[in-house]
Design a protein around this ligand. Structure first.
Ligand code: ADP
Ligand code: GN1
Ligand code: MG
Length: 371
């Protein structure tokens, strides 16, 4: 008797970490597509509560949890020092890993790997920006993150997912998925496939600029969507950049662009009604301003000039990734309904088309910030 197996296992897992107090609640949390996230609430003597974030790391995507957690530990330790030096609150402005009772930074149960973080209190994540100011503050936070990691020793970072933002190799993966057509779905998405295949040149824009050293390789976050930054409930400002699984050397253009892709769209990433999906130029401008302020002068002129391309390339890349997953039978991203990845792919391609229409305006916005 007792608890059902799933819950019993969960209790056992939680009991392996150095938590304070008695666990009184465990609930699924957040809207990420990759890890399984739970919020744990504990009661402390005297009636106070303390919360934690527990995550099952996605082991089919992250093949080397040890290296991944080494990155997280090193990056958060580095950020912690900078935050302390600037008189910030290191328990709220960066992630903090809670060790296991064996003193490890994650729990390896053989088949599954789990980790625990301090829960950042009095803060929240948006899935969509309610106002221009919200979005501006998220941009400042991602810009700050870029600035704080500017002198991080990039060569010490493990590559957690090979070729993560290598759009050229993503294009090759997409073509392969179309050719293999594992689930017989290609015939239903011919228009979307053509849209992508007609734009092979887009896949090269950032990769070529990096290879030709026209833009620098930096330590980047690589997953800068709005729900990966915590917003302080009191101030409304960006407080802490989270989801550090993909911090690796990369291009700041992908970081800039991914925020635009997700947050400056007038529709949700999975909006089925494409008439609701377009690029909001005011949000684009608010983000450009905030990100550059956060970066505090560290972007080169060429990087800034290429911001519109950053937005378009990553949106194109994400459209390919969602459609690839749809063609391969939805094995990568969590889906919550049939055709979910297809809806997601379509919003991305609609956004790319809209950016093409608004290209001149996007360039004009950015030109105002080039010295
Ligand atoms: P995924 O890789 O699946 O996106 P995340 O690390 O982004 O996983 O976590 C999912 C969600 O959980 C976040 O969007 C956020 O709402 C919440 N979350 C994650 N870490 C914390 C934390 N330390 N404190 C509070 N909430 C958190
Ligand atoms: C995934 O983990 P999450 O939900 O923040 C994905 C990103 C995609 C994003 C699309 C490791 O991010 O690359 O841009 O979904 N993360 C990984 O919403 O693949
Ligand atoms: Mg996330």
């Amino acid at each position: 008797m007792g608890l059902p197996e799933k819950e019993r296992n969960m209790d056992e897992i939680i009991s392996m970490f150095q938590l304070e107090g008695e666990v009184v609640e465990v609930i699924p949390f957040g809207s990420g597509h990759i890890n399984d996230t739970f919020r744990i609430t504990c009661n402390l003597p005297g009636g106070k509560g303390k919360k934690y974030i527990l995550q099952k790391m996605n082991d089919s995507i992250f093949k080397n949890p040890k290296e991944l957690m080494e990155n997280v530990m090193n990056v958060t330790a580095f950020l912690r020092e900078k935050i302390i030096a600037s008189k910030g609150d290191p328990d709220r402005e960066t992630l903090n890993v809670i060790p296991t009772k064996d003193g490890e930074n994650y729990l390896d149960c053989g088949e599954e790997c789990w980790r625990m973080y301090i829960f950042i209190e009095n803060a929240f994540c948006y899935d969509e920006a309610k106002t221009k100011e919200d979005f501006y503050y998220s941009a400042v936070a991602f810009g700050n993150f870029q600035r704080m990691l500017a002198d991080y020793p990039a060569e010490t970072l493990h590559e957690t997912i090979a070729n993560f933002h290598n759009t050229v190799s993503r294009f090759a993966d997409f073509k392969k998925a179309v050719e293999e057509d594992a689930c017989g779905r290609a015939k239903d998405v011919e228009e979307e496939i053509k849209f992508i295949l007609d734009r092979e040149d887009v896949a090269h824009i950032i990769c070529d600029a990096l290879e030709e050293k026209r833009i620098p390789l930096r330590v980047t976050h690589n997953d800068t969507k709005l729900n990966n930054v915590m917003i302080d409930e009191k101030t409304g400002k960006g407080l802490c950049v989270i989801d550090l699984d993909t911090v690796m050397p990369g291009s700041a253009l992908y970081d800039f662009g991914d925020s635009i892709r997700f947050g400056a769209s007038t529709g949700a990433e999975d909006e089925p009604d494409l008439d609701r999906v377009s690029l909001d130029l005011e949000l684009f401008e608010a983000y450009t301003k905030g990100f550059l302020e956060g970066c505090a002068g560290s972007m080169t002129e060429e990087e800034i000039r290429l911001f519109p391309s950053g937005a378009k390339v990553i949106t194109f890349e994400q459209g390919m990734r969602f459609l690839t997953d749809y063609l391969q039978g939805d094995t990568y991203y969590k889906i919550h309904r049939p055709g979910h990845n297809l809806d997601r792919a379509r919003t991305q391609l609609k956004l790319v088309a809209d950016m093409e229409k608004k290209w001149k305006e996007m360039e004009r916005v950015v030109a105002a910030y080039c010295k």
